[in-house]
Design a protein around this ligand. Structure first.
Ligand SMILES: [Zn+2]
Length: 204
């Protein structure tokens, strides 16, 4: 958290942006608007188009090019499965985030020790943190992922990585909720504990 300047733009999320485009659209309707951003307004899946003639093709290619969708022409037919648009990529990322959250949530919180024992857990959490950052989702969810990663590293005795993840968690937590947020002290305390362990390790 920080002070904002006069006239500075601030933004607030109306919906959970991890949700798919359709669900976001439905949620936003309750606020009375339709979002026209590239992630919401763009075409994610144009596979329902059926091409049967060349006259169609030029229109389709113009349509896709405008939206940054890669079109490969094979024997006069457009293969739109090679879609590379922003909306397509971001929808894929959000889907991956949902899947990773589904795969890891049972091993987090009180069950984090079980997570630490699960071989793929840390890798999945790292991937989750990467995707959240890639999607600009700099929020409490990301802070919690880094925090859990820090604790898992601590369990494994990797204090160097644990400290790096913990410091990242604190930074995100501070940016999005502020140091006066109740949970911040819990985060800070754990990171300090890992810092002490790391210091001892370096000094030894
Ligand atoms: Zn949007």
């Amino acid at each position: 958290m920080r002070d904002i300047g006069t006239g500075e733009e601030i933004s607030v999320g109306y919906v959970d942006v991890v949700h798919g485009r359709e669900l976001r659209g439905w949620e936003l309707r309750h606020y009375g608007f339709v979002c026209g951003c590239v992630a919401c307004g763009d075409v994610e899946d144009v596979s329902f188009f059926f091409f049967s003639s060349f006259s169609f093709l030029s229109t389709v290619m113009w349509f896709c090019a405008r939206r940054g969708v890669g079109v490969v022409v094979k024997d006069g037919m457009a293969d739109i499965t090679q879609e590379k648009g922003f909306a397509y990529a971001t929808a894929q990322h959000r889907l991956q985030i949902q899947e990773l959250e589904r795969e890891t949530w049972m091993l987090r919180g009180r069950r984090l020790l079980d997570g630490a024992r699960e071989p793929q857990f840390a890798t999945k959490m790292l991937r989750l943190a990467g995707l959240l950052q890639q999607e600009g989702l700099w929020d409490a969810r990301l802070a919690a992922v880094f925090f859990d990663l820090a604790l898992v590293c601590e369990v494994h005795g990797d204090f160097k990585m644990g400290l790096a993840a913990g410091e990242r968690a604190l930074l995100v937590k501070r940016d999005c909720q502020g140091v006066d947020f109740p949970e911040y002290a819990k985060y800070a305390e754990a990171v300090e504990r890992i810092r002490v362990k790391r210091r001892r390790e370096v000094e030894a």
